[in-house]
Design a protein around this ligand. Structure first.
Ligand SMILES: Cc1cc2nc3c(=O)[nH]c(=O)nc-3n(C[C@H](O)[C@H](O)[C@H](O)COP(=O)(O)OP(=O)(O)OC[C@H]3O[C@@H](n4cnc5c(N)ncnc54)[C@H](O)[C@@H]3O)c2cc1C
Length: 608
């Protein structure tokens, strides 16, 4: 029975970029992206798919089985990772999103979102090494002194050296401000001491140097996040001429045995055990968390991509399986003992599971591209007003992207296993690895609970609630423009109901908070994030259905006879299924919030 190691869905990506967001009419007209034409974009997508499928895909299972090995402070990544990593670098994939002024291709985020999905879907662990390196290098690009830029940036952007982000400590996980790591001023540098844990890629044998971005508190700085500063801490010190010097006093104490992502080393790091861990400040003292947010926001979207990518891979695998696995007879022949057996894709319940996965995957993929598109539009805006408008969309939606895509993506991988029955549970097929590899994504870069607090406690209320109101206005405009659409007016009407209910519940929680009951909104924050995500997904899929229907009508062909007609018909079905079957989940969540039940707050700890 055939399943794919990894297969990219470039057709859906091209649909989002060209037919939905129409980047050639908007984004690609901007000076910053004028080098990218439609053909370039499509060529990059096709080449990325080829690379992901032929280089990263084949090492994924091997990496999982072999895992990382720890011995006396050193980490060995799986053997096959070496060749694949350097092929990635040599083929220039790491340079694609690097700003043009730093020697990269300066591609828009909306394009690197697509290529990133393919790379991380083919090998999530590899995507962690490459993604963190670019994120850390971008910190130096944005906030480093000229010396730091000269010494570190180029080698990191070129992939010669790797990068990490070091926030978490044994007593500082979600509560980043509880970090105890200390930085003492020592002339042109600082001496850092502390213990960091769960640090991805902080020790590995892929690159000769690793540059850590570390949060620590300068002696005497206030408690909490405001007292944190951000430092560049190289594994090997770099001489003024750029050559490598002595090892720095930063060592890996152990690596975690964890649920998945076995090829990504998750390290316990000891900094300054011999009082000689040199760090170099980025920005100024006390700015650490603000600066680190650049990398954290990028990483949140990168983590959300893992959700879409692995759910997408699991969906396509379970689809291949369902088309080949023969079991049982069609329901209409259930009483006929001689009826021929059918492929499981013929069974209604299997079709329901497949279409659930397809709808979520396409909705989440659209969500991440939509968010990236607004980031690109903001970064290339002509004025502040336009910048703030687009950045507001990205700011509001980032916590939803992160939490919704990782959690719903995980549920999709579980559903892919369910679709395949016993085979899905076995190591003979890749979906069980997809599920294991995805679980940590709803925990790192801020857990789902923390994203929900960010959404409801910060983003929705930000700028007098204007980000939220602008989002509602966007949905209202869409509803007004399409409520007369013959083919989809029922979907548009249901979307309108979802939008109105989202507004209502937001006002309700806001008034509880203002009325002196902050606890209940905090209790409701996670269900609120998911119902918001459901309405957002319904909007994006309905938008896609309207476009797809027009294309389908113009083609005038049946899905059975034409691949394009099949694609567009599938888009329409994803939207219809989501709005009719999955959007109602949001109403259940709303009812749960509106009924005011406080049992989770009131239950005595002894009664749990
Ligand atoms: C595979 C992996 C890789 C990682 N890589 C990195 C890395 O590269 N760099 C790095 O710095 N860190 C990394 N981390 C650490 C990760 O960011 C933390 O695990 C995460 O922030 C959660 O912290 P914690 O594990 O201490 O859980 P805790 O903070 O103890 O949280 C436990 C539970 O309590 C909830 N909770 C905690 N506080 C609150 C609150 N105020 N309100 C509501 N709920 C709350 C959480 O949502 C969660 O459900 C990684 C973790 C893993 C598993």
């Amino acid at each position: 029975m055939s399943t794919t190691e990894y297969r990219a869905n470039t057709r859906d990506m091209k649909f989002i970029l060209h037919e939905m967001l129409k980047i050639e009419d908007t984004l690609l007209k901007r000076e910053a992206f004028s080098e990218f034409g439609v053909d370039d974009v499509n060529m990059i997508l096709d080449e990325a798919a080829k690379f992901a499928e032929t280089v990263f895909g084949p090492i994924n299972q091997e990496g999982d089985r072999e895992g990382c090995k720890f011995d006396n402070g050193k980490v060995q990544v799986p053997k096959a990772y070496h060749e694949a990593y350097w092929k990635y670098i040599e083929n220039g994939w790491n340079a694609i999103g690097i700003p043009a002024d730093a020697g990269g291709q300066g591609a828009p985020s909306v394009l690197t979102t697509a290529t990133g999905e393919m790379m991380t879907g083919a090998s999530t662990s590899m995507g962690v090494y490459t993604g963190l390196t670019i994120g850390a290098a971008r910190l130096i690009h944005s906030f480093g002194s000229d010396d730091l830029k000269n010494l570190y940036m180029e080698k990191m952007f070129s992939g010669e050296w790797a990068g990490t982000m070091q926030l978490t400590e044994p007593d500082a996980g979600s509560d980043v401000g509880a970090a105890k790591s200390v930085a003492k001023r020592a002339g042109d540098h600082y001496l850092i001491s502390g213990t960091k844990m769960f640090i991805s890629g902080a020790e590995q044998d892929l690159t000769e140097n690793i540059i850590h971005a570390v949060l620590a508190r300068v002696e005497g700085a206030p408690a909490g996040v405001k007292g944190l500063s951000l430092f560049i801490v190289p594994k090997i010190l770099v001489n003024p001429d750029g050559s490598l010097g002595e090892p720095n006093d930063v060592n890996c104490g152990s690596i975690e045995e964890k649920i998945g992502m076995h090829a990504s080393a998750t390290c316990l790091m000891n900094l300054g055990e011999n009082d000689n861990c040199r760090g170099y400040i980025l920005g100024e003292e006390g700015q650490g968390i603000r600066l680190m947010f650049q990398m954290m926001n990028e990483s949140r979207i990168g983590t959300a991509l893992q959700g879409v990518a692995l759910a997408g891979g699991a969906y396509l695998n379970s689809l291949s399986y369902a088309k080949e696995r023969v079991q049982g007879v069609a329901i209409e022949n259930a009483r006929d003992p001689n009826a021929s057996k059918v492929e499981i894709i013929k069974h209604p319940d299997v079709r329901r599971m497949l279409l659930t996965q397809k709808a979520y995957v396409e909705g989440m993929r659209a969500m991440l591209h939509y968010c990236a598109y607004h980031i690109d539009m903001a970064e290339t805006a002509a004025d502040k007003e336009e910048h703030d408008k687009h950045m507001g969309v990205a700011e509001l939606l980032t916590p939803i992207c992160k939490a919704y895509c990782t959690d719903m993506g995980f549920r999709c991988t579980e559903l892919a296993i369910q679709t395949m029955g016993g085979s899905g549970c076995t190591a003979d097929y890749p979906v069980e690895q997809h599920m294991r590899d995805l679980k940590p994504a709803s925990i790192y870069e801020g857990t789902t609970g923390i994203q929900a607090l960010d959404l409801l406690g910060r983003k929705v209320a930000m700028k007098g609630g204007s980000l939220f109101m602008n989002f509602i206005s966007t949905l209202t405009e869409f509803v007004e423009a399409h409520k007369g659409n013959e083919a989809h007016k029922d979907l548009v009407a249901k979307l309108e109901t979802g939008k109105d209910k989202l507004s209502e519940i937001t006002m309700h929680l806001g008034s509880l908070s203002m009325g002196g009951d902050p606890l209940y909104p905090v209790l409701s924050a996670t269900p609120y994030l998911f119902l918001f995500g459901d309405v957002l997904t319904a909007y994006l899929l309905t938008w896609q259905a309207v476009i797809a229907q027009e294309k389908l009508d113009a083609l005038g062909k049946k899905p059975e006879e034409d691949a394009e007609a099949a694609f567009y018909s599938g888009k329409v079905m994803s939207a219809r299924f989501f709005v009719n079957n999955l959007l109602p989940n949001a109403y259940g969540l709303i009812e749960g919030i509106m009924n005011g039940d406080r049992s989770a707050l009131e239950i005595a700890e002894e009664a749990f």
